[in-house]
Design a protein around this ligand. Structure first.
Ligand code: ADP
Ligand code: MG
Length: 382
């Protein structure tokens, strides 16, 4: 794992979504070839990779082909079967490792890892069967019932106030294993992206302040405008503890809540670059995808530097008029606008079609321009 894989080699990625696409862009810029495993005929990463292997993540033939063509392999997709990564790791260096990805896929294991890392998280209880509902203490309500696995963008979770609502929600989630979390008084949501090398070096991006709408990330601002320096420093320290505590290799994002009383609580983590880090392509001297490439190839990691304050806006399918496209020309007339579209043909409600990062000399200027862009696009202001 520590042997350096030089440019010219082929890097493989599990998953053909936008994260795979931006990974492939970064790899290609550094002179690597790229291979994508995704069964979709057309995928954002498959469109731009040197090679797309059109097969499932689980079938042996696709995995064997990916291992054959790749010098090292990563994932862009959190719910890639851990067994598939474990199989690949018998043949090629894989970062992050299957064991770490498996923890991030399981909310209960994830919370246990936060505790093991000495980082606070929300009070919670794993509900694996009907009888566990009896064990719920009054202090856990009101709460949020979340499926233990496979939740994303607010999907697979229901807010509950009473025990009756909890029982109903558990039925509505088809009695799959769920985690009940106490509802916390959130003041802000932030995230920290870290990268760790096989040698154990850790670097991090500045704290991102995130605004979600309907469970989906809408706006990210860096530097975080409303979070005290001391809280930001604690979040960075916590993310470093979390990534070090399981010998992780690769890019990891930790989402935190800042509570009304200023306390910091870890919410969840993703074993890959994250939507809240897309700004790093345009506003930092090294992006989260550059660091993903460096970590998996055994290249040195360097501390990223934010060279411009920025605002990132997610572009969901909702913005597309029925008969055309948003006013890109209008948006591109604004200074410091970096438009990223992922090559998805069909704009559906809630679908991540692209993002837009506004960079400027000052945070105030970036915010002003981002508001102008939002108005042109029909995005609600923040
Ligand atoms: P997902 O995997 O869908 O992103 P999260 O656990 O991040 O799931 O929850 C989605 C959103 O729901 C969070 O960004 C936050 O706004 C809200 N939320 C989640 N857990 C809590 C909690 N314990 N207390 C208050 N709000 C929460
Ligand atoms: Mg989340």
């Amino acid at each position: 794992m520590t042997r350096f894989i030089a440019p010219g080699a082929t890097l493989g990625v599990m998953g053909g979504g936008q994260l795979g696409r931006m990974f492939a862009h970064a790899a290609q810029q550094m002179g690597y070839a790229t291979a994508v495993l995704d069964e979709d005929v057309v995928s954002p990463a498959g469109l731009i990779a040197h090679e797309q292997i059109r097969a499932s993540y689980t079938g042996p033939s696709g995995l064997a082909q990916l291992a054959r063509v790749s010098a090292a392999i990563t994932t862009e997709f959190e719910n890639v079967p851990a067994e598939a990564l474990a199989w690949l790791a018998q043949h090629r260096p894989v970062a992050p490792a299957a064991a770490a990805v498996a923890i991030c896929q399981d909310r209960a294991a994830e919370k246990a890892h936060f505790v093991h890392s000495h980082v606070p998280c929300a009070p919670h209880l794993l509900i694996e069967r009907e009888a566990d509902l009896e064990r719920v203490e009054a202090a856990l309500l009101p709460g949020i019932l979340k499926t233990n696995r496979l939740g994303y963008d607010g999907k697979g979770q229901i807010r509950v106030t009473t025990r009756d609502e909890l029982a109903e929600a558990y039925s509505a989630l088809e009695r799959v294993p769920c985690l009940l979390e106490k509802m916390l008084p959130l003041s802000r949501e932030i995230s920290v992206i870290v990268a760790r090398s096989a040698q154990g070096d850790i670097v991090h991006f500045p704290v991102q302040q995130n605004l979600h709408r309907d469970g989906i990330l809408a706006v990210t601002r860096v530097p975080a405008p409303d979070v005290p320096e001391a809280t930001q420093a604690r979040a960075v320290q916590a993310a470093r503890q979390i990534v070090a505590a399981f010998d992780y290799v690769g890019v990891l994002c930790v989402e935190f809540f800042v509570l009304a009383d200023g306390a910091l609580v870890a919410n969840e983590m993703a074993p890959r670059p994250h939507n809240s880090g897309h700004y790093s392509i345009d506003a930092c001297d090294v992006s989260q995808f550059d660091l993903q490439v460096r970590a998996m190839t055994g290249a040195p990691l360097v501390m990223p530097r934010l060279h411009s304050p920025c605002v990132m806006l997610n572009l969901l399918g909702d913005l597309w008029p029925a008969d055309g496209a948003p006013d890109w020309a209008g948006v591109l007339a604004l200074p410091g606008v970096h438009l990223h579209l992922y090559g998805k043909a069909e704009a559906r409600r809630g679908r991540k079609m692209g993002h837009l990062t506004v960079t400027a000399a000052t945070a105030a200027a970036a915010d002003r321009t981002a508001r102008d862009a939002a108005e042109l696009l029909g995005l609600a202001p923040w």
